[in-house]
Structure formats: C-alpha cells, structure tokens
Design a protein around this ligand. Structure first.
Ligand code: GLY
Length: 374
C-alpha cells in the first residue's frame, strides 16, 4: 500500500472510532482511560492539570476534518470548563500554551469567537508574568512541596512559546515576541547538548539568573535523554523558527531531529529515555507522535535530502504506532496504548490523552486535514 493510501486508511479508522468516543466523552476532559473508559478524574478537582487542553484540541481537529457538530460541542464544553484554571492563580504555570492553544486558540482560529480571544489573552499575559528577567527564561512549575522551583525552567516550555509569538502578531505588540525569543535563546544555549540531545530541567539562580545545575526530571537521570523532552525540543525549535525566521532555531531543530532519528530503535517504537538501561523495555509512544509532528513540519523547511530523511523517520514511527500500539477497538476510548509520563513514575505504558492528540495531528498533517494550532 502506498503511503497516502495508508495515511488515508488510518484517518478513516480514527474518524470511525473517535466519533463514538466523542459521544461517550462529550462532557469529560479525559487524561487517561480506566478499563478502556476515558477517565476525567483530572476534572473538576484538577482542572489546572497541564494536559486538559488536548481532548478539546483533538475535538477541534476532528471538527475541522468533518464539520460534525458533536466535536464542536465537546470542544466548547472543555474550553468553558478550563475557565476554572484561568481563575486559579495558584494553579497556573508555564503550560498556558498546552492548555489554551488547542482549545480557545483553535476556537478563535476557526470562529473568531471574542470570548476565546479573551481567554487566550489572559493565558498569554499570565504566562508572560512568569518571565525571569535575570536569567531570561520562563519559570516552569510552582512549588507543590518543600522544593523551591522558583528558578526552574524545562525544555517542554518550548511548546508554549507559540502562544506568545501568536499574540505578538494578533495584538500587534512585540513584547510577547521579545520574551519568547529570549527564552528560546536561553534554551538553545543551556538545554541542547553538543550532540543534539536535550536536558529536561535546568535550575537557575532566580535572583541572578546564574546557571546552577541540570536535573534528570522525567527522564532516566542527570545527563540522560528523556525522549518526550527531545520531541518537545525538536518540535518546539521548529515552531520558534516558523514564527521568527531566526536561522539559529532552525539549526537547533535540525540538531535535535538528527539526534532523535539516529536513536530510533529497530521496531520504530520509542523508549521512555534513549539512555535507559538496556534491559528496560518501557515505551513512551507520546514521544513518537510528537516527534513525528515536528519532523513533518521540519521537512518543509530544509533541503530535499534532509526533508526525505525527516519524512521517512516520521512515517516509520507513525506506521509502528498504527500497527503495534493503536487500540482500534471502537469500544475502548483511547488510541495509543503505551504512553509514559515519567521514567521514575509507578505507572508506565498506559493511554495518555496527549499521545492521542499528537497522533491525530500527525495523521492530519499527512492527509491535509490539519487545523494548525501552534
Ligand atoms: N510537562 C510536559 C510533559 O510531561 O511532557
């Protein structure tokens, strides 16, 4: 089967299955599944959880492709529920892009709904308020235990910067763009290693901005290569280049891509960390889906030879997901099966909503159905 026929076939399988899932989960904001059923335990008790934009985003992608109103209803419902996070100052962190670009942002792009624009502006302003001027980075998390995270930045934040690049253009206010670029410059300098791999967490002195140390974070350990972090870096620098046309970001995205591709295992399924012990088989299929999205965008920005390499790598990973990891049973609510939040978590290889979102986004890129939200 040629590549386009395969991608179209996967697209049809997604549409057939997700139509049923949308009916069942219309008034949920799922994080995972329990026994095949979407679990919305993160809502309303944990409405601030960083993943709460992805279900709405998936619904907008399906709506864009089908115009079926069920998806719009589900997406609008989740966008309104997320107001609970916008109104909770202590629950807000750097992940405003993850929460509001797939929800209010997608809505605004499609409908020009002024309430959605209001939400995106509030989210962008809150995010901008986390900028540390001394270190020129966005503070990542808040403090949820005795550890002081005031000076912490994480590679994942590269995916939140498009919210600021977009608001700079939309509001004709360069301040958003200026601080986003400063963070990207800091990330380029401190997170990306010579070989193209990425650190996860960096602790800066929040008063002076001095680099103190890096932490292993959600990966195997200090100095290792957490695969989802690598995929955030790959896609995030690609997006920073798309928004700014700064060639340094393009070169960094290529470095991250080369490193990722050179580490894809034989079976095309991505481990939790490229440096995890050889006898550990844990996978994180979210990393494969996110990296595929990044590679499919990056291929449009590079020469023919590199474009083919990036495209082929994305197809290899997406085919592996379709054939070896997707749950195509229409009675189960998830698509991907083997996703992992962090290497040292108790639980590994279970459905996680952002894996499904990025898998759909990647297939939509291939089939020309994507609503570009970043
Ligand atoms: N914070 C984003 C992630 O876990 O990948």
């Amino acid at each position: 089967m040629n590549e386009m026929a395969w991608a179209n076939e996967v697209s049809e399988k997604i549409k057939k299955k997700v139509r049923k899932v949308a009916e069942r989960s219309c008034h949920k904001i799922p994080f995972t599944t329990e026994n095949g059923v979407h679990s919305d335990e993160s809502n309303p008790q944990r409405i601030c959880w960083w993943t709460n934009g992805f279900w709405g985003g998936m619904m907008w992608q399906l709506y864009n492709a089908t115009q079926d109103p069920i998806y719009k209803e589900a997406a609008e419902w989740s966008e309104e529920k997320l107001d609970g996070a916008l109104m909770n100052a202590a629950g807000m962190d750097h992940d405003s892009g993850f929460r509001w670009l797939p929800t209010a942002g997608a809505n605004y792009r499609l409908t020009k709904n002024p309430e959605s624009l209001n939400r995106i502006r509030l989210a962008a302003d809150n995010f901008a308020g986390r900028f540390n001027y001394a270190g020129k980075f966005f503070r990542a998390w808040n403090n949820w235990d005795e550890t002081d995270r005031t000076g912490w930045a994480i590679i994942d934040c590269m995916m939140n910067l498009p919210l600021l690049y977009w608001m700079a253009k939309e509001l004709k206010d360069p301040r958003y763009d200026q601080i986003a670029r400063m963070h990207a410059d800091t990330a380029m300098k401190h997170f990306i290693r010579e070989n193209g791999s990425s650190k996860h967490i960096i602790c800066f002195d929040p008063a002076t901005g001095e680099y103190l140390r890096s932490l292993g974070g959600q990966g195997y350990g200090v100095g290792s290569s957490w695969t989802r972090g690598q995929s955030w870096a790959l896609y995030g620098f690609t997006l920073s280049y798309m928004h700014t046309k700064d060639e340094n970001y393009l070169e960094t995205a290529k470095k991250c891509a080369e490193y990722f591709i050179s580490n894809i295992p034989e079976d095309g399924l991505i481990p939790v960390d490229f440096d995890q012990p050889a006898d550990c088989t844990w996978k994180d299929c979210t990393a494969a889906a996110i990296a595929s999205c990044g590679l499919l965008e990056l291929e449009k920005l590079v020469d023919k030879e590199a474009a083919k390499k990036y495209h082929d790598a994305a197809i290899r990973m997406l085919k592996a997901l379709d054939e070896k990891d997707c749950n195509w049973d229409e009675n189960a609510d998830n698509l991907l099966e083997k996703c992992t939040g962090a290497y040292h978590d108790q639980r590994h290889e279970y459905p996680i909503i952002y894996g499904d979102y990025y898998f759909v986004e990647a297939i939509w890129k291939l089939t020309g159905q994507e609503l570009f939200i970043w």
